[in-house]
Design a protein around this ligand. Structure first.
Ligand code: NAG
Ligand code: NAG
Ligand code: NAG
Ligand code: NAG
Length: 349
């Protein structure tokens, strides 16, 4: 289910506290990174995939994409996931960043915990989204997850997503179907509601299970506890009308998210997630990630061909292939932000 986070929408909602939208050319040296109408120097704006290189201060303002790293993150250290506000741009220090404010994610008892609480001003739950700091293009990702499918409307997800192109590979769990995991994918943000496939299993909120997607240039294989539950062949996504394959093939990041589908206000989403989501002032819904193992198999040299391929496929997005080549470690350290224009997004996907 696609509900994309938008800085602009959030900023508009909080316009009282926000300076005027800046024109593209107005990003200065101290707030060099452009994203959705605003300039800033912190990771929320400068991280590759979020930052629009063509409209930033100069062609090297956006941080370059961090190479894929084969690793297991077991969430035993609080530095494994931090608020993006405190992320300085070095993925070696922090494997994940939490992007919402308030930040309802934490590292606790050997888990990454993503929680959702009631937001009375919006009349719905406010969740959490945690993004990997390393990029990913082909390889295997296995997350050991206990979902928040304990009540109608609560959506948990483990996904790969490219914010640049809209390619996405999903595991999603909806509160109304605790004994189900749904697999899905998107190609270039094209909405197609025919692509989701549910798989019935044990209660996903009762125990941890290993959820794996194994992605190559030829196929995506989704597995649960080592059992293949779905295979998508690139060859089967061929569209003869225009000679394209509707198959995810661009660089992005893996991410976890919890959000309120049951009170989303969108009829289709509410029906899909279960509705309404039951809330009291003190209700907290949580999903738990015990570990994630990444095995990169594509090019890990993200500064070369993979970026160019992606850029040429999406030139209208204006993301430049040389994004950030001059600042491998994040020249715009969040801690020294000169100008903090807007709050972090409040919408989840
Ligand atoms: C971009 O601006 C930074 C900061 O002023 C500077 O160090 C860098 O050399 C500039 N890069 C280009 C390509 O102009
Ligand atoms: C950033 O780190 C500081 C120092 O550890 C901490 O006090 C602050 O709460 C952190 N900010 C966020 C948004 O987590
Ligand atoms: C190819 O056709 C499909 C189906 O009409 C469409 O969704 C997609 O955007 C097209 N791709 C291109 C590159 O035109
Ligand atoms: C990152 O940049 C800061 C500030 O320029 C510098 O002090 C630090 O050594 C750099 N870290 C790495 C890992 O390059």
């Amino acid at each position: 289910m696609r509900v994309t986070a938008s800085v602009a929408a959030t900023a508009a909602a909080a316009m009282m506290a926000v300076p005027a939208v800046l024109a593209a050319s107005q990003c200065n040296e101290w707030s060099p990174c452009y994203r959705e109408g605003y300039c800033n120097s912190n990771a929320m704006f400068c991280m590759w995939g979020l930052c629009d290189s063509s409209l930033s201060y100069n062609s090297t303002s956006c941080w370059q994409p961090e190479s894929c790293l084969s690793q297991t993150v077991d969430f035993t250290s609080s530095s494994d996931a931090i608020s993006i506000d405190n992320y300085s741009g070095n993925p070696a220090n922090n494997a994940f960043v939490s992007v919402f404010d308030p930040d309802y994610s934490s590292v606790a008892n050997g888990n990454l915990v993503l929680s959702m609480k009631y937001d009375s001003t919006q009349g719905k739950g406010f969740g959490a989204t945690v993004d990997a700091t390393h990029t990913f293009l082909y390889g295997k990702a296995t997350a050991r997850v206990k979902t928040a499918s304990v009540a109608n409307g609560v959506v948990s997800s483990f996904i790969f997503r490219s914010d640049v192109t809209g390619d996405e590979i999903d595991f999603e769990w909806v509160g109304k179907a605790p004994t189900q995991v749904q697999t899905n994918y998107y190609y270039r943000d094209v909405l197609n509601y025919q692509l989701m496939i549910p798989y019935t299993m044990a209660d996903t909120s009762a125990d941890y299970h290993d959820y794996t997607f194994d992605w190559s240039a030829d196929q995506i294989v989704w597995s649960v506890d080592g059992t293949v539950i779905r295979t998508l062949n690139r060859a089967d996504t061929y569209n003869a009308a225009n000679g394209t394959y509707a198959f995810p093939d661009t660089m992005g990041r893996v991410a976890f998210s919890i959000w309120d589908g049951g009170n989303s206000g969108a009829e289709g989403t509410e029906e899909w997630a279960g509705t309404p989501t039951p809330w009291t002032a003190s209700t907290v819904y949580s999903m738990y990630v015990e570990s994630i193992t990444i095995e990169c198999s594509g090019s890990t040299d993200t500064s070369s061909s993979s970026v160019d391929d992606q850029t040429s496929a999406t030139d209208t997005d204006g993301y430049s292939s040389d994004a950030g080549s001059g600042s491998s470690n994040g020249s715009g350290n969040g801690a020294s932000s000169q100008q903090k224009c807007i709050p972090r997004p409040t919408a989840a996907y």
